[in-house]
Design a protein around this ligand. Sequence first.
Ligand SMILES: O=P(O)(O)OC[C@H](O)CO
Length: 439
Amino acid sequence: ACGGIGGTTGGTTATSVAQIPQLKPDQQVSIVFESYNYGLAGSWTDTFNALIAAFSKEHPNIKVTAQKPQGNSPNPATDTISSIQNQMAAGTPPDVAQLGFSDLDFTIHQLGAKPLDELVGKQEVQAEFDGPKYPYAARARTLDDWDGHTYGVPFVFSTPVLYYNASLFQQAGLDPATPPTTWQQVSDAARAIVDKTGKGGVYIDCLTKTAKDWCFQSMVRSNGGRVISADRKTLTYADAPAVQVAQFGQQLVASGVMPKLDQKQGYEGFARGDVGMILETSSVQGVFEKGAKGKWDLRDAQMPSFDGKPTVPTNSGAGLHILSNDPAKQRAAWELIKFLTSPEAFTMISKGIGYLPLRTGLLDDPDGLRPWAEQNPLVTPNVAQLERMEPWVSMPGANYLQIRDNMMDAVESVVFQGKDARSTLSTAQQAGARLLPAS
Ligand SMILES: O=P(O)(O)OC[C@H](O)CO
């Protein structure tokens, strides 16, 4: 029987590991922590440096060496797995790593992430999620579960948020108090922005290989389909709902309201005030706030719907996983994980970067994040979507990345190069189907 969000696909799952001892008060331990949030200067790196400094103060016996994934992809979050594999081949993997939910199947079955409930015991895992004060949001706490075990602690993520430039709305004669709620309204607003201001209309950061597939999955589900069947055995991204999403993106580009930009150009352009709207992860909210400060009015809204069909927000982001085989390092890694997911840490992460505070009770507490949230309403649409969020589903098997990348390459070529949607997605899907694990 399968738990989590899908079936296992073979590999090397540990089913029984010994519970690790506590560290002695004077026991010195060094661990390596790898996070893609070290891959972008500014709000990401600053916040993570502050987090590790605060942890080191609380745990002077644990020395943390923090590093970004090896590689030079424009999106450091796409370098994580090859980085771990290279270090594993060299015999020196990091002890604790922040790995994407899209990589979960592979992380468990090929990278050998440890089942935390066996490492530290079920009760301690439960206590971590319940917290003494602010429990994890219900939709967040099981994202790294599989087959009845907890292989990671969900850490940083967002749902798809529609950020918009209220100053450009005003210049275009649009009402910034009523942002678009449907994709048709987005298209119309984008047209007005292009025509009246000469700026870009909208950038949907869900339609390229670099964006990965978290919010493409969300858009397709919001149009009544899926990219892979619920049992993760059949690819379904050449079905009508996905084809229509790709065609919609293509029309936006062809009509000149979505600029032909890659991911980095897209979010940097929006931060500069050169694009009216962007569908984006809140991981770059700090970049937008910095760009907007003193120059233009940054606001946001929930993701738009297709003609009023209910939206299905999915999550981006990553969880924290223990890869070390050494009991002392495993315990030190667990201490780091507990700290990084503490109320104190989520307060720093939400304020500094913009990711969701997964201990959502913080937002209701006058001594927690409530005063900040009242001054910073950008968090509100994201938190509302968290309540009905569905998991970002990882593709199955050892070829999962190739399956995902083939799909997103096909989507990208439809949207940005004008390829025929139906035939392009069908051809890619047939190739992807051959890469699925035999079952
Ligand atoms: O998945 P997130 O939300 O952590 O964001 C990382 C993105 O890939 C940045 O573009």
